[in-house]
Ligand binder design. Sequence first.
Ligand SMILES: NC(=O)c1ccc[n+]([C@@H]2O[C@H](COP(=O)([O-])OP(=O)(O)OC[C@H]3O[C@@H](n4cnc5c(N)ncnc54)[C@H](OP(=O)(O)O)[C@@H]3O)[C@@H](O)[C@H]2O)c1
Length: 328
Amino acid sequence: MADPTSAPLRVAIVGSGGMAVARAERIAARSDMDLVVIAGRNPETRASLAARFGVEHTQDWESTVARTDMDAVIVTTHPDTHAPMGAAVLAAGKHLFSESPLALSPLDASRLLRLADQSDLVIRVGHTSPLRPGPRLVRRQVAVLGGALHDDLVVHFPHDLRAGRDAGFDQRISGHPLVYAILLGYPAIYGRGPITHIAAAVTQEPAGHAFDRAVAVVNLRFRDGGLATITYRRGFDGDAESGRTVICRQGVVDFSEAADHIGVTDAGGPRMLLIPDADPWNDELSEFVAAIREGRPMSVSAREAARVVDIIDAARRAADAGSAFAEI
Ligand SMILES: NC(=O)c1ccc[n+]([C@@H]2O[C@H](COP(=O)([O-])OP(=O)(O)OC[C@H]3O[C@@H](n4cnc5c(N)ncnc54)[C@H](OP(=O)(O)O)[C@@H]3O)[C@@H](O)[C@H]2O)c1
């Protein structure tokens, strides 16, 4: 291991897609991290990413995570691989940064937590959405307005027909549609405390592993009596927007993914608040390094990331159980 006080954290990235690029760009601009190697199955993207940052590349992620000249591994592959790759990283004695979700089952998530605890290793999961400046500003305003009574959050990918599209349409790779409903709807859950009721429903066409279009709706009730509704849509045409309306005890907060401001309405009338600039993808890396080097708490702990997996599992069980309401 490198000198824990001064040497940069030596990292490998597994995967060479969108998030591998996003993390590599940020690591390259940091003095406390050193990208050593890219391990990916895609020969073209891994070679071009490695060339861009002047590092090695290989197809063999298993040997990569076992290397002794590495302190941490960033897993940027699809959800089906996170648990086995994460387990191999931790078993090799390396700190783990995994893109979300931590795992696709609570059993796998708890195994990863146990492995990390046994060897005193840090797990950070890339739950970036609640740390983005828009959702952070919303959260602050919701607190000012006395807390949320109902958070209505919509995730809609515009012009998202399936032809030629990504792994998000294949449940064998990305998990059930409720996985991304919860991951992308997480800003409505983050920091709201324990969930006491959960109901969910999913419609998808065609039935089976790979779908062309799907809608997932999750209803949550929190211990403080507040509610949230998360709607996640994939595979539709048109340009509908993603956003949120949070009905608070003393006002309303509106957020659109496309806007540079949020709307706040209270007893003083409506106003707009500009969303500040920030780089949450880099902030997550900063938290990861500070947790390893100084034992500092992270905004999303490994346990909270495992709780997200539990929430996904509870939503799936609720959807499988069918509606709690009789047909009238
Ligand atoms: N933090 C955030 O804001 C954020 C944003 C978007 C996504 N994500 C998360 O990041 C992860 C990746 O998403 P993405 O958008 O980067 O996907 P992507 O662009 O499709 O990249 C995934 C990469 O993983 C590689 N890969 C998949 N399975 C592999 C395996 N078994 N062995 C080696 N390499 C493998 C893929 O190779 P091929 O090219 O051969 O497929 C590709 O290079 C997902 O878990 C997603 O939830 C996070």
